[in-house]
Design a protein around this ligand. Sequence first.
Ligand SMILES: C[S@@+](CC[C@H](N)C(=O)[O-])C[C@H]1O[C@@H](n2cnc3c(N)ncnc32)[C@H](O)[C@@H]1O
Length: 314
Amino acid sequence: MFPLFYNRKYNKPYIKEGNQFICEDKTVEVVGEIPRFVNEGSYASLFGDQWKQYKKTQLDSFSGTSISANRINRCLGPLKGNLTGKFVLEAGCGAGRFSEILLQQGATLVSADMSSAVEVNIENFPVSDKHIVIQADINDIPYADETFDVVICMGVIQHTPNPEATIKNLYELVKKGGTLIIDHYTITKSQLFRLAYFYRLYLRNKPSTKTIPYTQALVKRYLPLHKKFAGNKIMSVLLNRISPVVSYYRAFPQLNDMQQQEWALLDTHDSLTDWFKNFRSKKSIYNTLVKLGATGIWCQYGGNGVEASCKKPE
Ligand SMILES: C[S@@+](CC[C@H](N)C(=O)[O-])C[C@H]1O[C@@H](n2cnc3c(N)ncnc32)[C@H](O)[C@@H]1O
């Protein structure tokens, strides 16, 4: 059973009336089985269009790999495979590459995203007694403090306006004794002096009718070069200065050429159209968690930058 939705502004639960949830002056429509706590048109809307274009690309069940499972399992640590009976929030779920693994491991899962990605998530992983999908801002998740055994947020916090505030808001949702799992972009030498910076300035305020074909043209031009130089570290580093294309020929050689192309299309679009792109060091993420009073902090460089988990003391 899922707990009641809770209006954090009025400190009261929502009441269900027909196809709506109501609390004071706030009415939430349920459209396509998804309660819509926020409207379309936010800074994250390009993400929604992106996930509609590349619905299944990064699902392990589609790629036939364990790339997503490996990443999330590393972050789950001792919770890996032990999510049965746990009430889990996945904040910023996108198309559901991690929702898939969390559901497989027995979680009772709320998948939340601010963009229309929720429509892709629910198509990939329909509503059940173990899964609901809500359209909501991770800085205003409609549940009371200390509701979830596990809050997990992968690939998202760097795209929010204030990462420290986002981490705090997520931590508040964790039950005493529960776990928060996050990751964050970090700055590396390979991100400096890249032409990609200018492509992003140009693209990020364009509609997806422009950004998707534009990134398709970039991938067509540059991906063959990434493939050619995949075995040459120096050439790959130089190429990354010029090419804005995200290539996985070096990181995930197990993907075949068609998959390489699809992953490049998806993540090139992702990296050139995000509205907010913040970077944090391992030390800064660690200190943020310490300040919140978290214990058992695990924090390391890995995945997309820094990965961390911590507990809320009993
Ligand atoms: C790079 S995608 C990652 C999606 C998924 N976690 C994954 O790793 O495949 C970032 C996601 O965060 C969502 N997002 C960004 N800001 C958000 C916010 N404030 N609240 C909820 N979702 C947000 C976007 O809509 C997008 O689906």
